[in-house]
Each structure stands twice: as C-alpha cells, then as structure tokens.
Design a protein around this ligand. Structure first.
Ligand code: GDP
Length: 324
C-alpha cells in the first residue's frame, strides 16, 4: 500500500512511546504540532487508543503559583503511582513564564522519571492553532497511557476558555491580596472552576481571599453547570501544604464525573472541539495559501470577486490533495 511506509514508521513510534520511550513520544508530539495531514492521520490513530486519562486544567493569573503547584501535583500523583503528562500553554510569547514552566520543571527531578512528560507549546509557529495543538497533545498523552494530563494556561486568553471546555477538572489558582483575581471572579472570567485553590496560604491575607471565594460559592455565583458544588482549598505550593487534600478532591470530582456519566461526555466534548479546531486550522492554511496565489489580482478586483477567486483556488488545492 502507498500509505504503508509512513504508516509503519508511525505505528512503530506509537508502540515505542506507549512503552515509555521519551524520544519516540517527543517525535510524535512534534508531528502533531505541525497540524498537517500527517498530524491528523496520526491523531486518528491515537484517538482509537485514548479515553482513559483524567484531564486537569490548571489556570490563574501569572504569579499565582501555578508552576510551583503543578510541580507538587506531579510529585503527589507519582507517589500514588500515576503517570503524569503536562501541556504548558504560552499564548503570548516564547519567552514568558508559560514556556519557561516546562523548561524549569524539566530541569528538575522529573527529567529522569519516565513516568512524567512535560511539553510546552507557544503560539510561535502555530498560527492560531494553539488550542488545536493543545487538545491534540492531550489526546496523544491519553493514548500513550498517561493517567493524568495537566493542561496549564495563564487564564487570560481564548486558549484557556477553549481548553476549559475539554478538561475533566478545572483548578483555578488564586493568591491572597490579588485584587485582579477578585475582579476576575466578579467579572465571571474565573467562574469555570471545579476546585478553587487559594495558594500561598502561608501568607496572613490568605484567609480573607478564602472567605471571599467560599462566600461566592455559597451565594451560587460560582456554581458549576454540571451540578457539582465547587470546592475551595487553602494550599501552600511552596511549603507543600494541603497538596494531598487537593489530589483527594480531584479524585472525588472524578468519582462524581464517572457516576454521572460526565467523564465520558467531557471526552466527547474534547473531541468535538478538537475536530472543529482542526477543520478551522486546515481551512485557514488552505485559504492562506490560496490568498497568496491570487495576490497579483488584489489591485484589479473587488473584494467580492477576490473572495470568489480565493475559494475557487482553495477548492482546487483541496481537491488536488484528496487525489494524492
Ligand atoms: P505562575 O506564574 O502562576 O506559574 O507562578 P509561579 O509558580 O512561578 O510562582 C510565582 C511566585 O510565587 C514564585 O516566586 C513562587 O516561589 C511563589 N510562590 C508559589 N507558591 C507559593 C506559596 O505557596 N507561598 C509563597 N509565599 N510563595 C509562593
């Protein structure tokens, strides 16, 4: 078969990655990140093996302590025998905290632990396909046998809203005295949490923030649509305080999701979103190429005529691709 060459290569990469081969896993993720036809074919393969991992979204403003907390979560999950993958998303620039997270964690103890895989992605080179790439990676880690996939976002952009729709459990990380946090809570930006973590509980002002969030939950302002009453926890990521309680709460939420059938439903939602994003990225690429091909006509034609030319060109190239 014509497909057998790349097909065999990918099958062997998947097999090696499922056995814990870090390099094979890295290669698969790099293919996915390209968001081209090979990436989507790979995704179809992976999808068949996925459906078990618990996806945790961790979000909150920069400085709240997300990366410190994620480090602690990894340690505690590993202590309990789970394999953990992290997708760290940096929507702004390759040199901001988001992409440093992975590097920083990778440099630490986890670099030698085959039960942990950390991958940072940034908008650089992805041309708006950030959410697509992130969800594709979640699907991949799930297929490769990781029990937990933690997706870290900075909680300000579209990416985190997109990804929120695809996670099983969302942890919103706040810190004491962060006026912005409270504003964000009020504005509804952060009302997506299943679990609210008031980090830096070693600071005296933490109790006030905790009380405010508990009050908001009791008032119903932060009620999750799934019928789950959000939990609020005081944690100190730096001191490692209450981390076990946080994991217990995540597992309690998982039990709730399974009991109510929501665990499977969220996976379906993730796949629905992934399919939509993938189609959008695919169309954008084709339209982009088609626009560039009719560039010369831009001065002579009306916008309407140009749009028709782009579509005709895009259909032609999509048709050619299908014939291959
Ligand atoms: P991120 O930007 O949300 O990923 O936050 P980081 O994990 O990089 O943490 C930001 C700063 O807060 C760092 O200087 C951390 O050492 C500090 N930090 C994180 N957790 C705690 C905590 O529990 N207590 C205190 N006092 N500082 C913390």
């Amino acid at each position: 078969m014509e497909r057998s060459e790349p097909g065999t290569r990918i099958a062997s990469l998947i097999e090696r990655a499922r056995k814990g081969d870090i390099r094979a896993t890295g290669r698969l993720l790099s293919i996915l990140e390209r968001l081209d036809s090979e990436a989507y074919a790979l995704l179809d393969e992976l999808r068949r093996m996925a459906g078990k991992a618990h996806v945790i979204g961790v979000t909150g403003i920069p400085g709240a302590g997300k990366s410190t907390l994620i480090g602690r979560l990894i340690s505690e999950l590993r202590r309990r025998g789970y394999r953990v993958a992290v997708v760290a998303i940096d929507p702004s620039s390759p040199i901001s905290q988001g992409s440093l997270l992975g590097d920083r964690l990778r440099m630490q103890e986890y670099s030698v632990d085959p039960g942990v895989f950390i991958r940072s992605i940034s908008t650089r080179g992805l041309r708006g396909g950030l959410s697509t790439a992130a969800l594709a990676m979640v699907e991949a880690f799930d297929a490769l046998g990781y029990d937990f996939v933690i997706v870290e976002t900075v909680g300000v952009g579209q990416a985190e809203v997109d990804i929120a729709g695809a996670a099983h459990t969302i942890i919103v990380v706040t810190m004491p005295g962060a006026g912005d946090d409270i504003q964000a809570l009020k504005a509804g930006v952060m009302e997506i949490g299943d679990i609210y973590v008031v980090n830096k509980s070693d600071k005296p002002e933490a109790a006030k923030t905790y009380e405010f969030i508990v009050f908001s939950v009791e008032k119903g302002d932060l009620e999750a649509s799934s019928g789950w009453t959000p939990r609020v926890l005081m944690v100190s990521a730096v001191m490692g305080k209450n981390i076990d309680k946080l994991i217990d709460t995540v597992l309690e939420h998982r039990e709730y999701l399974e009991r109510t059938g929501l665990f499977r439903k969220r996976i379906q939602e993730r796949r629905r979103l992934l399919a939509l994003y993938a189609v959008r990225s695919y169309l954008n690429t084709i339209l982009d190429k088609a626009s560039r091909r009719i560039e010369k006509e831009a001065l002579e034609k009306s916008i309407d005529e140009l749009a028709h030319s782009v579509l005709a060109e895009a259909c032609r190239s999509a048709g050619e691709k299908n014939k291959l």
